[in-house]
Design a protein around this ligand. Structure first.
Ligand code: BTN
Length: 258
């Protein structure tokens, strides 16, 4: 794949324009953030890599980003006003829509922005935001496993790819074009992210396990606040709001999803 392949799939006005393409880079999030802060890239700009050598996940984890195996990209969004955290739900909504409507993949969302098929993760999102004099810059990093046919021992039980699910290879530029269009449609519609996110999640009323610092507690997920935070009721009956997933592992205890 090259830059022209990706540009050829774009039907958007704003998203993916301009498009910065790397055969190889450390992390598209790192590159996008550097350019955004330097004022070299604005709203809608996308950084996409065929391969990342230091792909970053949430909680300081690495993200495996081998050549041609998936969509590894970051998009810059600029918002006026203070940080509104619910915006971090946006890419997951777009991914769920594309995976379901274009590929028939039964994708569902785990708070705040993991995309799963059954118990396995098919896509992950790393949003990094910095306040600016007039508003906020968000770098939304998106990793979608598209074409892996096998994962290493440490990911085998917890990761999957579109190819594993539908038994067909997916051209990265095609998926990129579909995802960009869905993102642009969402951006141009009402920014009611929690309400748009909920229909794709199976967490509401499900038992969840919350693991933090070696401690595990069980709770029932009740829904999201307007800010996109997770509302849970603990076994004690106490309701609380979880604002950040940093250092927190949320596991959905479905009967069919472990
Ligand atoms: C997660 O841990 O679930 C988030 C993974 C995010 C990976 C993507 S791949 C493109 C972008 N660049 C990075 O370094 N990370 C994100």
């Amino acid at each position: 794949m090259n830059r022209d392949d990706c540009l050829g799939q774009l039907t958007t006005r704003e998203f993916g324009r301009p498009l910065v393409f790397f055969d190889e880079t450390d992390s598209t999030n790192t590159q996008a953030m550097r350019a955004a802060v330097a004022g070299e890239a604005g709203h809608g700009a996308v950084f996409i890599a065929q391969k990342q050598t230091a792909g970053r996940g949430t909680d300081g984890n690495t993200w495996q980003s081998a050549s041609g195996q998936g969509l590894w990209m970051s998009v810059i969004l600029r918002e006026a006003g203070p940080i509104r955290p619910a915006i971090t739900l946006m890419p997951a909504i777009a991914l769920a829509r594309v995976l379901r409507t274009m590929y028939g993949v039964d994708a569902h969302l785990k708070w705040p922005n993991d995309v799963l098929v059954g118990p396995r993760k098919i896509a992950g999102i790393l949003v990094e935001s910095v306040p600016q004099a007039a508003g906020v810059i968000h770098v939304m990093g998106i990793g979608v496993n598209l074409n892996q046919t096998e994962f290493g021992a440490e990911l085998k039980e917890i990761a999957t790819s579109v190819r594993e699910v539908i038994d067909r290879a997916v051209p990265v530029p095609v998926f990129f074009g579909q995802f960009m269009l869905e993102m642009e449609k969402l951006w141009n519609g009402p920014h009611d992210w929690p309400a748009l996110w909920l229909p794709y999640s199976r967490m509401v009323n499900a038992s969840v396990e919350l693991k933090q610092g070696g401690m595990a507690t069980q709770a029932v997920a009740l829904g999201l606040t307007d800010e996109g935070f997770l509302r849970v009721r603990e076994v004690s009956g106490i309701e609380r709001v979880i604002m950040s997933r940093t250092g927190l592992d949320v596991r959905i205890l479905f009967t069919d999803v472990v």
